[in-house]
Each structure stands twice: as C-alpha cells, then as structure tokens.
Design a protein. Structure first.
Length: 201
C-alpha cells in the first residue's frame, strides 16, 4: 500500500514538469511502452483460493485523434508471465480510447485479448488447491494454453519534452473478464505502473 501511495505522489510530482498541450483532431500517435515496472500487484483466484503472479512486457500502441484530445487506440503486446515456479508468455491485442482531461492528464480504457502458453513442457493438470495455485506434473511435452479477455483502465500524465514527443507514466488496472488456463477458468486482477513514449504526427 505504501508503494501505491508513493506511485501516486510520483505521478503528481512529475505532472508539474510538463506543459499544457492539446492533442489536435487528426493527430496520429505512436506509443511504445514498458509495462509492469516499479509497482506490481497481480492476483489470480478460483473457488476462493488465490495466488500472486508477476508479469513484465512490451506494448506497442498506435492511435488517431477523432476529435481534440480524444484518441482511438489499438495495439499489440508481449507479456512474460510467472505463476509460482512456472513461467510462460503471452501475445495480446487491444483496442480502446484515450482522453486528455487537462494539462497532459489523461484517462484510458481498452479491451485486451490474449493468447499464450504456460509451463516448462511438463505440465499435465493445473488446479487451485486449498493453498492456491497448484500444479500436477506428468511426463509430457505439452504446455498449457492460456487465453484471456481483460478490461484495462488507467490514468496517466504526458510530459511533453518537445512539441511532438512525450513520456507517459501511468497507472493501469486490469480486471479479468474471461481467463482460462488448461481449460480451467480463473479470476484475475492487476495493478501496475507503465511507462510510455509517445510520438505525435
């Protein structure tokens, strides 16, 4: 919790470093991102049991301003995953919007569809036991399929270092709408700090 409030304070502090700028209608934006950096809090759950996991990744978004300060955003990304002692990876695509509220402060929302693999080639059955996420290992070369549909909402600040370039720190909250691993459904929530680099054309 202390990290969470520290992150909020950091965002407020860096806000003063930027200068007010409007994203004009017709602007195209390219926005590569480093995801899940300084603050990470992820949890998966099923039948009342829960386990934490970690993620890290890269995201590449592009957008178009359909009116001043309102952008339609789409993108692709890669995520590395670690559940307990099991690692995996996922590719995702997303579509959503970003709205600049004032002085570089923006809010965003998107749907994120992902598919990946989980395991080291020896996973046979995945389940949630009394103490959370558990694995039953068998001799197999198969990895578990991981499929997800998530809602991501965030708030951030664009620090314009030049007229057509900004650094965009933002907090992102992800809520799992539909997630399955090895055919089993599980719930997922995530709170993370991301850093984006926006180029405006």
């Amino acid at each position: 919790m202390k990290k969470f409030f520290f992150t909020l304070a950091l965002l407020c502090a860096v806000a003063g470093a930027g200068f007010a700028q409007t994203v004009s209608e017709g602007t195209i934006i390219l926005n590569p991102q480093l995801t899940n950096l300084a603050y990470n809090s992820f949890k998966i759950s099923s039948d009342g049991a829960s386990s934490k996991f970690s993620m890290y990744g890269l995201q590449a978004d592009g957008g178009y301003a359909i009116k001043d300060d309102l952008l339609i955003i789409g993108g692709v990304g890669y995520q590395g995953l670690k559940f307990e002692d099991t690692s995996g990876s996922m590719l995702n695509i997303r579509a959503g919007v970003r709205y600049y509220i004032f002085n570089g402060l923006f809010a965003s929302g998107s749907l994120v569809l992902g598919h990946g693999k989980l395991g080291d080639g020896t996973i046979g059955d995945l389940s949630f036991g009394d103490e959370g996420y558990e694995e039953e290992y068998v001799e197999s070369d198969a990895k578990a399929d991981l499929n997800s549909l998530n809602l991501a909402i965030g708030v951030g600040y664009s620090i314009f270092l030049a007229e057509r370039f900004s650094i965009d720190p933002f907090l992102n909250y992800t809520y799992g709408l539909s997630n399955k691993v090895a055919g089993e459904s599980f719930g997922m929530t995530a709170l993370s700090l991301n850093i984006g680099f926006s180029f405006y054309f």
